[in-house]
Design a protein around this ligand. Sequence first.
Ligand SMILES: [Fe+2]
Ligand SMILES: [Fe+2]
Length: 210
Amino acid sequence: MTKITGSSFDMYDKSEKAAEYRNCVEGVIDSNEVGMLGDYVHHHFTTRLQHSMNVSYYSFTLCRFLGWDYRSAARAGLMHDLYFFDNTSRDENGIKLLKEHPIRALANSENRFKLNDIERDAIVNHMWPCQALHRPRYKESVIVSFSDKLCAVMEATSGSSRLVYNTAGSAINKTTTGVEHICRHTYSSIKSMCKSIAGAIKPKSAYANK
Ligand SMILES: [Fe+2]
Ligand SMILES: [Fe+2]
């Protein structure tokens, strides 16, 4: 799988950017664990593997443009949802497993790969500001978190367009419900993230010196 939702980027073409991206994610993107994410539906219309590649690519691109640590961002993007259960799964007490998926993703990633502090922080706090252990400590973590929300919107939009195109008429109600659900959740996440970023820019910011 090489296609990125909303982009014509091909990680296997001959461009310098593609070579750099391949270099960053080597050893992660070709691992069995990341490959297994292709078995899970994510955000209604795509797979967890496609979503992880999207987040990785956009995090890489934004951090590369800003001159930040794009290698850590690309790797963390690929690993941020490295968990192996359906999003609707619950434990024996009826609690949704999804609630703790960033912790599971971090544990799975640490079991398999050698991570640096930025990658750890970006994975475990990628749900910020919706739910996270802490506010992200690194600017690259904020980018991964932002890309996660951005990709959710793009995946929903592109997936719903495809679905409407393919099945038209009777599918419209179902699609609208799916899109509404994701968009409502994602837009409120982005809104609260912007508020939090505005607060974080003040002098107390923990990643101001990064
Ligand atoms: Fe997630
Ligand atoms: Fe995600």
